[in-house]
Design a protein around this ligand. Structure first.
Ligand SMILES: *Cc1c(COP(=O)(O)O)cnc(C)c1O
Length: 404
């Protein structure tokens, strides 16, 4: 077993070696610009891009002509939200999103708000679940877009996007979903869920960084967006700029692998996840599961270790790469907005650590990580007067997941 162990797959995944093999020729002899129409170098690159477009489209049940390549999901989310807001501004100024969206959805809505748009931030329940009926109730005749993420990147909760899609379709409102964490991990189909716009990124599904896509529905309804990057008119004018051909080739290959392997992989990963959970909770008390117990991504485990600072736990786990709460919020001391939205409170939010297992995680690694977590949590709690006091006064509620 090689150390350190990577267990932060919701921040990024390793590139699958099979993906890299497909990409390499496009850095070397097949370096053409996909927009060059006058020679074989360009034709070759263009053909590779179109193959990848098919592969991405197939994975989500779309038509290849509905896929726009971007630099990643941050750009895709910006294009979806700002692009739709600008396009449909004469129809209305109301947008509905959830409180637990990624910053790449939240931040553009703050800018739109400053420009006069009316934004509804829907609350979630204690599992981070959105109630589709809340979406229905919030839609007005000014609503132009609903944006709800398919699966949460921190707590792993999977949203009822099929139910939300039924409502938005019935009401004639566009539905965008940040599908980054769901695509390639759990079934996701734009037609079955009535999704009109969807953001994807390669580096969360064993592809390269800096390459993503936006799915934009072409019929029933035909969605139009105002581009945010203008230039040579690439991608049907929706996203100008020379295409990242090696990245796109890798993205396509990554999608094909997910399509073929997702079913078996999700079973294996959820098995490993359950094992990690039961090992930890079998040896430690006062451990709380964040996110929904069943409606969650197979590779995500998010735990709060009461009386232990998540940051201290990470420092103690020298050979394991994890995140405290969220990768984005761990840079500042503010509690994660996602955990706070579930109502667990600032203290438990600061006790939280996220485990992200992945395609290359082994059984042996799970054992090692569980052992280390148990050891370090016990050490830190031995130093915690609060923990000891809790026992002395018998104040601790029995909240033990121990099943043995
Ligand atoms: C990682 C992530 C993004 C941002 O994707 P990039 O390709 O890194 O810009 C957006 N949304 C979610 C849910 C993510 O997990």
């Amino acid at each position: 077993m090689k150390l350190p162990i990577y267990m932060d797959s919701l921040a990024t995944t390793p590139v699958d070696p099979r993906v890299l093999d497909k990409m390499l020729p496009y850095f070397k002899e097949r370096f053409g610009n996909a927009a060059s129409t006058t020679h074989p170098f360009g034709w070759d690159a263009e053909e590779a891009v179109e193959t990848a477009r098919d592969q991405v489209a197939d994975l989500i049940g779309a038509d290849a002509s509905e896929i726009i390549f971007t630099s990643g999901a941050t750009e895709s989310n910006n294009l979806a939200i700002v692009g739709a807001a600008r396009m449909y501004a004469d129809k209305g100024n109301h947008i509905i999103i959830s409180e637990t969206e990624h910053k790449a959805v939240l931040d553009p809505t703050y800018s739109l708000k400053a420009q006069g748009f009316d934004i509804t931030y829907l609350k979630v329940d204690k599992y981070g679940l959105i109630d589709p009926e809340d979406v229905r109730k919030s839609i007005t005749d000014k609503t132009i877009l609903v944006s709800i993420m398919a699966a949460n990147n921190e707590i792993g909760t999977v949203a009822p996007i099929g139910e939300i899609g039924k409502i938005t379709r019935e009401k004639g409102v566009l539905f965008h979903t940040d599908a980054v964490q769901a695509v390639g991990k759990i079934p996701f189909n734009v037609n079955e869920s009535n999704v009109d716009i969807a953001s994807l990124t390669a580096h969360k599904m064993y592809g390269p960084k800096g390459c993503g896509a936006l799915y934009v529905r072409k019929k029933e309804p035909r969605v139009k967006l105002i581009p945010i990057i203008e230039g040579g008119g690439h991608e049907n004018g929706m996203r100008s700029g020379t295409l990242n051909v090696p990245g796109i080739v890798g993205f396509g290959a990554a999608c094909e692998l997910c399509m073929n392997e997702m079913e078996d992989e999700s079973k294996r990963l959820s098995g490993l996840r359950e094992k990690l959970y039961f090992l930890i909770t079998g040896h430690l008390d006062e451990v709380y599961l964040n996110g929904h117990p069943e409606k969650r991504l197979p590779h995500n485990l998010n735990l709060a270790f009461r009386f232990v600072e998540g940051q201290s736990l990470l420092l103690g786990l020298k050979n394991v790469a994890l995140s405290a709460g969220s990768a984005c919020s761990s840079k500042n001391s503010n509690a994660s907005h996602v955990l706070m939205a579930t109502g667990i409170g600032e203290e438990l939010a600061s006790n939280t650590v996220r485990f992200g297992i992945h395609r290359f995680t082994t059984d042996e690694e799970i054992d090692y990580v569980a052992d280390e977590v148990i050891k370090v949590v016990k050490q830190l709690r031995d130093l915690s007067p609060l923990y000891k006091e809790g026992f002395a006064n018998n104040k601790l509620k029995s909240f033990n997941f121990n099943t043995n």
